[in-house]
Design a protein around this ligand. Structure first.
Ligand code: DAH
Length: 369
């Protein structure tokens, strides 16, 4: 007959030595399982005499109860230890900095447009807009382009298929057609769809998308312009020159920028000029406000009498000046982007590098006055 005391000591030692739930379960099966040591003892009660059974019964049952209790207690200890280990391993360190949140940025073109608008707004200009798809009349004819002007040819202009009236609209090749839309308000013959119309005096700038069949390091088929138009009585080249020189000084945030006006030709202005800024091109980078080179940055001139007439204004009463300027180009110059085409490649890494914070919107309070 197995010595109960020895058996209890052995099983108790095995319970204490069980390092995890699986080991403890093995001990339980070897003691209390179907043919475990204690189960065998319990079975042996059946073959005993009543006296023997009376004496051994309580001992064996007591052994079973104590071992069951010891296993339960060890199981609880192991589970508590396992939980402690997990809590220690998975502890969240609240003192660590949070991972950075991905946030968008303002595209350099939009930033530059906002900066330009801020400068002109301070000079009393308001913003006018027009559609990307324009009539041939607004884009060319009203602006005094002769019927056979090369800019109308397929190689420059994106023409749309003929519409139901047999008219071929265009993707506007410049923001100048919005001049026509703004001035047309005073012409009673103007159709109702002409928006943004104003009575003179007029002082507007027109930011927007423009399109031409062109693509190289300094040209993209879609680009942005800002147009300017001033119509009033007695307007002359002096007003034009002051306005543009003031704009350039404020935009580049230095009064050191030297400018020059070079005679040029545009169908919609007379006289016409291109404005250059002095810069330094040595070292492959263009630096404004220093050096001895000239860089063309915009076209301008006095509004052609034919344009005024086409828009219903009497050139003997009203005069004006206009200008048109590439926004992306100015952004490249101010913020040093090497290739204009990158601006519209939608590369998130490029945008993260060159983009601007949405919370630094330009206005006179943020240093552009
Ligand atoms: N529309 C011209 C262009 O895209 C730029 C321009 C030149 C606009 C002279 C004007 C202007 O308003 O007066 O090349």
């Amino acid at each position: 007959m197995t010595d109960i005391t020895t058996l209890e000591a052995d099983i108790s030692a095995a319970i204490a030595a069980a390092a995890d739930a699986a080991a403890l379960e093995a001990v339980r099966v070897s003691a209390l399982g179907k043919s475990g040591s204690i189960s065998e003892l319990l079975k042996s009660l059946g073959g005993m005499s009543p006296d023997e059974r009376r004496e051994q019964g309580p001992k064996i049952n007591g052994l079973r109860d104590r071992i069951q209790a010891a296993i339960a207690s060890r199981k609880a200890d192991l589970e508590a230890a396992e939980l402690d280990a997990r809590l220690a391993a998975e502890r969240v360190d609240l003192t660590l900095p949070a991972p950075p949140r991905r946030k968008g940025s303002v595209h350099p073109t939009m930033q530059v447009m906002d900066e330009m608008i801020a400068v002109f707004a301070e000079m009393g200009f308001s913003v006018a807009e027009g559609p990307d798809i324009e009539t041939d009349f607004n884009n060319f004819t009203a602006l005094n382009f002769p019927p056979k002007h090369p800019a109308r040819e397929m190689h420059d202009t994106f023409f749309l298929p003929e519409d139901e009236h047999g008219e071929r609209k265009v993707l506007r090749t410049h923001t100048s057609p919005v001049q026509v839309r703004v001035m047309h308000a005073v012409n009673e013959k103007v159709p109702a769809w002409v928006a943004n119309g104003q009575e003179p005096p007029i002082r507007v700038i027109v930011p927007g998308r423009t399109f031409r069949k062109d693509s190289d390091q300094t040209h993209t088929p879609m680009f942005h312009q800002i147009e300017g138009l001033v119509i009033d009585k007695g307007i002359h080249m002096g007003h034009l020159k002051w306005t543009l020189e003031t704009f350039i000084a404020r935009f580049f945030e230095t009064s050191a920028v030297e400018t020059r006006f070079r005679p040029h030709h545009f169908p919609f202005t007379e006289p016409s000029a291109e404005m250059d800024v002095k810069c330094d091109r040595s070292g492959g980078e263009v630096k404004i406000g220093q050096g001895e080179d000239w860089l063309e940055i915009l076209g301008c001139g006095m509004v052609h009498p034919n344009v005024l007439r086409n828009c219903g204004l009497d050139p003997d009463v009203w005069q004006g000046f206009a200008f048109g300027c590439g926004v992306d180009r100015l952004g490249v110059l101010k913020y040093g982007m090497p290739d204009l085409r990158d601006m519209f490649a939608s590369d998130a890494r490029w945008l993260a590098h060159y983009g601007f914070s949405a919370f630094a919107a330009p206005n006179s309070a943020t240093g552009l006055s």
